[in-house]
Design a protein around this ligand. Structure first.
Ligand code: GTP
Ligand code: MG
Length: 451
């Protein structure tokens, strides 16, 4: 998400960053570019106008003219205003009620509701240790119930198989079951509906009345841009939503909905869906997203992901090695490959590292597309000495390794190239006094690269 916006903003702001003095003209020129970038990202004109005025006022103020590095300060102002626009801080799910807390999930057809119920169930169960019950009251699409049953199985939470009656009754039955069995959270998946379909809107309002949800979440496809905002507004009016989950952000290059939904509807984005897998769900942190847009990286999300998906000892081992000034070798690379695979690939990680925006994106995406297993097989076919000293690997050795791993010499070459790239990244990170220290530092400064 935000690739185009990020590129444009970065180009504009990089131009300002280095300047010792800023004239009103410089600021206006930069703001014109910011404006175009936001409009291209599909942010509504009214929002853009207000956003730009907010920045202009501050950028032309005393604070900036007195600053030693005015360009830098303007970047910080843009960052702050982006954070403000998206709602300041992460709005977490509020489940602090007498259990079971009920989460009602609603939205248009195909928005990603059922998938998101699976992801949420996994998130709350695996990461928050909650006892989760899910159920579907979609009686209209025959496969809908089976779809959620399968997902529940995958993420290892209970599915409540209530008698097929009407959705309100089914929701009530599921709640009763959750109460008697002592579940912490009941998540109710509903059929997709349009806000103009009165009958269907009455149905979901009835469900709401019957189960008194703690959270009413509107699931919406990020790629629908302004339409996402219009539908969120309409659903909010009928149901008084407690939050929004933006799905399919992985396919949304523009990001307009993410930027403006909060401002235009008053509803906070609580999570974003970043893929089809059950773990592709991220809490929405405006601060971090703003940093990501401006190419300042998103180390906090990376750290959290690492903590979630990765063998901690492995990370610590690499961090310790780096801290000691020891090199990053192919054995570490193999370990990293396996872990990266779990975290969505190399490009997903590099996107979030500060200052890494400039790396060749093509090469990284290519890295993702290569089957991790093949890469691991290649490394397995090396001798320990070769793993420690990859420079040894020349023609004959390459052929032997390719043969041993059932791959081609080109693939061995590619792996060595990727390894060299990563080694460079690791060196850079070490220059910043070690990855783990850098992350700790960022954590304690609240995640802002400005401290
Ligand atoms: N790439 C991507 N695909 C997603 C994401 N969330 C959902 N999908 C896909 O979107 C499609 C529809 O998802 P569902 O969860 O069935 O949508 P739904 O809202 O339950 O659909 P109905 O119940 O028919 O209204 C599926 O192919 C999902 O895999 C996401 O964050 N990223
Ligand atoms: Mg569904």
């Amino acid at each position: 998400m935000f690739n185009q916006l990020g590129d444009r903003l970065k180009a504009t702001l990089d131009d300002l960053r280095g300047r010792g003095r800023l004239t009103e003209d410089d600021v206006n020129k930069a703001l014109r570019n910011v404006r175009v970038a936001l409009l291209e990202a599909d942010v509504a004109l009214s929002v853009v106008k207000e956003f730009i005025e907010g920045i202009r006022k501050r950028a032309l103020g005393k604070e900036v003219s007195r600053s030693v590095n005015p360009g830098h300060l303007v970047v910080k102002i843009v960052h702050d205003e982006l954070v403000e626009l998206m709602g300041k801080k992460n709005d977490a799910l509020d489940l602090s009620v007498r259990p079971p807390a009920v989460i009602l999930v609603t939205g248009l057809q195909g928005a990603g509701k059922t998938t998101t119920v699976g992801k949420l169930a996994r998130y709350l169960h695996s990461l928050r240790g909650k006892r989760i019950l899910v159920t579907s009251v979609d009686i209209y699409r025959p496969a809908a119930i089976d779809q959620l049953k399968r997902l529940a199985g995958e993420v290892e939470v209970a599915y409540c198989d209530v008698k097929l009656t009407d959705p309100m009754q089914m929701a009530t039955d599921a709640l009763e079951y959750a109460q008697t069995k002592g579940f912490d959270v009941l998540i109710i998946d509903t059929a997709g509906r349009l806000h103009v379909d009165q009958e269907m809107m009455i149905e979901v309002k009835n469900i709401k009345t019957a189960v008194n949800p703690t959270e009413i979440l509107f699931i919406v496809d990020s790629m629908t841009g302004q339409d996402a905002i219009n539908s969120a507004q309409a659903f909010n009016k009928e149901l008084q939503l407690t939050g929004v989950i933006l799905t399919k952000t992985d396919g949304d290059a523009r990001g307009g909905a993410a930027l403006s939904i909060r401002y235009q509807t008053g509803c906070a984005i609580k999570f974003i869906g970043t893929g089809e897998g059950n773990s592709d769900l991220e809490p929405f942190h405006p601060e971090r997203i703003a940093s990501r847009i401006l190419g300042m990286g998103d180390v906090l999300t990376l750290v959290e992901e690492a903590e979630r998906n990765v063998d901690r000892e492995g990370v610590k081992r690499v961090a310790r090695k780096l801290a000691k000034g020891k090199g990053f070798d192919l054995v570490d690379f193999r370990e990293q490959l396996e872990q990266m695979h779990q975290m969505g690939g190399l490009s997903a990680i590099v996107d979030k590292l500060p200052g890494m925006g400039g790396l060749p994106a093509g090469a990284l995406h290519q890295a993702d597309n290569v089957n991790t297993k093949r890469l691991v097989a290649i490394i397995n076919s090396m001798t320990p000495r070769e793993r420690a000293y990859p420079a040894l690997i020349k023609g004959a050795r390459k052929r032997r390794i390719a043969g041993g791993s059932g791959t081609q010499v080109q693939e061995v070459n590619r792996l060595l190239k990727q390894f060299a790239q990563l080694q460079k990244i690791m060196k850079k990170a070490k220059g910043k006094r070690g990855l783990s220290q850098m992350m700790d530092q960022l954590k304690s400064s609240g995640g802002s690269p400005f401290g």
